[in-house]
Design a protein. Structure first.
Length: 721
């Protein structure tokens, strides 16, 4: 009852706010996709207010034989300060159906009367198709408007600042970019024929930004951005400093996992700057090449380095008969390691203390070490080591290495946090490493890493490294060991963003459909996608329908939203929320190279683009190339838009329909990332610069940043049927 009253107050507030806006203004200007403007009567540019829709709108006041306050989406021309995000689309859905807060970028009138929501992802759609940058009819090559070209050239904040500075030096007025984030009006007479049906469904095209990280040149999943939601904050989190305690979705299942599952692969060790143990290399040629690389990098035996006595990776295997059932150690000898370092002459970081702890908590080594060079900074505030502590010490690094070689047998697993720095200080390699910096990944992905202090606070609810007296290596080793034990107890998903987020279907399921008994089931949802969605995001949905093509997706959406007597999994009146994806256009344009295998539910197949378009290299800020008309692309877009129209026509009244592309063109990002990966592999292999097959300079780095920014620029559409 309280929730109903709250919703009614929100609707009354929306109604009164709309009335005030209508009294205060008579018309607003909305930008069209071709750069022109159109006047829309009233204070709002409603996403349902078409010129020929007024009569139809009045007839919709009665739905299913009963009078209803019809839901409506309205946009105020307030010059948005940034693009809306895919997370904002999710927020709109949660506001209408669940516990989300009212969005600031759009007005929702009578949201309580929204009956169903359909979200359709259509990768391959781009704003460039609507403004002429990507021609979809003959004779339109190079007809793109100048403002849009400017946006493409100045794709990064740095480029826009540089352009503004050049204009300022010349005394020219700066470009007004205040409208670049606003939705643009759609008009069928200004659109190419393949896209004209879109104007009959949607009055605007919205710039929608995909999640990503421009600093590290990443584009994150547009599926996760909409289908996974952050767990609601608890009351205890308010005012709390530091990391919040870990919370997982209610459907999370603990799975006891042996520690061997978390041993880092050779690729993971390379990516995290570990010096590799010879056991990783099988042939004499590989071992010889690695030895030469280590000599060049001053990491060989002549430089004081030692390798543990492990002849091969198979030497660490333990027979099943010796492994206790359910054992997390899997018969291995687990040792937690932490070291403290100081700075010596020449700026070298050298070992001053080493602590090692067994799985049962026994401290098997805790020794101070005398550096071979004079110390110039004890780093006491970090290491806790002082001159007085080291003065009487006679133990040297070779003494410690000798003890470690007897301690680290082939069955030993070394665990620690960012162990590459500790092993570098020890001048030692070992093949079996569990690094909590890898097993507990940073929420924003590599190369970022969480600190041990943060992980301990979040997952163990403990405080370490307090005060100004420095770290305690025994305390840090124990914290690492506890984190590894917890990971083994909870399973591989523990400590990842997958476990700390919640499926949107589960979140919707906690809320009851409006107008129904509170004792009934919660809101229902469906996923309709190519392949077998029940193995992914569809696992938490009420209904999951796998498809082999876009035509099957269209039928699946209609069945889930309206009900299908032949499918008993679908509720009789259909589900409340459906997410679906059309992929023919994505496949045609080469945006996706792998698709579900129709003959094998657990495999995917490589699929070449039907018509591989050329990507525009972003190696300079000057993008003078022009897309050419491709009749096959126009035909594919026509078919895709027809499928969108069929879905729209199948929707019942009071259904919110959202279409989003997910991302912009990702191919240039993929090309440059492949280049960078090749460069890193060759560079880490100590290949001479002149022999590198790929050179990676600031030119390529800036090109990748521009490509990443452009790939995050997607588009979206929304309306209420």
């Amino acid at each position: 009852m309280a929730e109903c009253n709250k919703r009614k107050r929100e609707e009354d507030h929306e109604d009164s706010a709309t009335a005030v806006r209508q009294q205060d203004s008579t018309s607003i200007s909305t930008e069209s996709v071709d750069g022109s403007t159109s006047l829309v009567s009233g204070a709002t540019a409603s996403t349902n207010h078409h010129n020929d829709d007024a009569a139809h709108r009045s007839k919709k006041k009665r739905v299913d034989g009963e009078k209803a306050k019809y839901p409506d989406l309205s946009y105020m021309d307030g010059k948005l300060q940034s693009s809306i995000r895919i997370a904002d689309l999710q927020g709109l859905l949660l506001y209408c159906f669940a516990d989300g807060i009212a969005p600031q970028w759009i007005s929702v009138k009578h949201s309580g009367h929204m009956r169903k929501v359909v979200v359709l992802m259509v990768p391959g759609l781009e704003i460039g198709m609507f403004d002429g940058t990507i021609p979809l009819e003959p004779g339109k090559e190079g007809a793109q408007p100048e403002p849009e070209k400017s946006n493409r050239d100045e794709s990064t904040p740095e480029a826009r600042k540089a352009a503004d500075f050049e204009k300022w030096k010349q005394g020219l007025p700066l470009e007004d970019r205040s409208n670049r984030f606003n939705p643009r009006g759609l008009s069928s007479d200004r659109l190419p024929p393949p896209l004209r049906p879109m104007a009959h469904m949607f009055p605007h095209i919205w710039p929608v930004k995909a999640p990503g990280d421009n600093k590290y040149n990443k584009v994150h999943s547009p599926l996760q951005a909409l289908l996974l939601s952050q767990l609601p904050k608890s009351k205890d989190d308010n005012g709390r400093k530091g990391a919040r305690p870990a919370r997982v979705e209610k459907g999370f299942t603990e799975k006891r996992t042996p520690i061997t599952t978390f041993i880092s692969t050779m690729e993971q060790l390379r990516e995290n700057d570990y010096t590799l143990h010879p056991a990783f290399f099988n042939s004499d040629a590989e071992k010889s090449a690695e030895l030469e690389a280590r000599k060049a990098n001053h990491q060989s035996e002549e430089d004081g380095w030692v390798d543990t006595l492990v002849p091969s990776l198979d030497a660490g295997d333990v027979p099943d008969a010796e492994i206790e059932k359910g054992s997390m150690t899997a018969g291995r000898d687990v040792l937690a390691l932490d070291c403290e370092m100081c700075l010596t002459e020449g700026g070298q970081s050298e070992l001053t203390r080493i602590s090692i702890m067994r799985w049962d908590g026994e401290v098997v080594m805790d020794e101070l070490v005398k550096p071979p060079r004079p110390v110039i900074d004890y780093l006491t505030r970090f290491s806790g080591i002082t001159q007085e502590m080291l003065d009487p010490v006679t133990t040297t690094l070779p003494d410690i290495q000798k003890k470690l070689l007897s301690l680290l047998t082939p069955r030993a697993v070394l665990v620690g946090h960012s162990l590459n720095s500790d092993l570098t200080a020890l001048k030692l390699t070992h093949p079996f490493i569990v690094d909590t910096g890898i097993t507990y990944p940073h929420p924003r992905g590599p190369p970022l890493k969480c600190s041990l202090k943060w992980l301990t606070q979040k997952y163990l609810n403990k405080e370490i490294q307090k005060g100004t007296s420095g770290h305690d290596s025994v305390e840090d080793a124990r914290a690492v060991l506890d984190l590894v034990k917890l990971k083994c107890e909870k399973g591989e998903r523990w400590g990842t963003s997958d476990a700390s987020n919640e499926s949107i279907f589960r979140r919707l399921g906690r809320h009851k459909p409006r107008g129904k008994s509170s004792s009934g089931d919660g809101l229902t949802g469906a996923v309709v996608d190519w392949g077998n969605p029940e193995r992914g995001f569809g696992a938490q949905a009420t209904v999951s329908i796998g498809c082999s093509d876009d035509d099957a997706v269209v039928k699946g959406v209609s069945d889930t939203i309206n009900g299908d007597v032949s499918n008993t999994a679908i509720p009789g009146a259909g589900v409340d929320f459906t997410w679906a994806r059309l992929r023919n256009l994505e496949q045609f344009r080469g945006w996706c190279t792998r698709l579900p295998d129709a003959n094998n539910a657990n495999e995917s197949t490589t699929v070449p683009a039907a018509f591989p378009e050329e990507t525009t290299p972003t190696t300079s800020a000057d993008d003078s190339s022009v897309s050419t008309y491709n009749p096959a692309l126009a035909e594919t877009v026509t078919k895709t838009v027809s499928n969108i129209s069929q879905i729209y026509e199948s929707l019942p009244p009071c259904t919110m329909f959202i279409v989003y592309s997910g991302t912009g063109d990702p191919r240039e990002v993929s090309r440059l990332q492949t280049m960078h990966k090749t460069y890193r592999e060759e560079f880490r292999g100590h290949k001479p610069w002149d022999e590198l097959s790929v050179k990676w300079t600031d030119v390529e780095e800036q090109a990748l940043k521009r490509a990443c920014e452009q790939a995050r620029e997607g588009c979206g559409f929304m309306c209420v049927k």
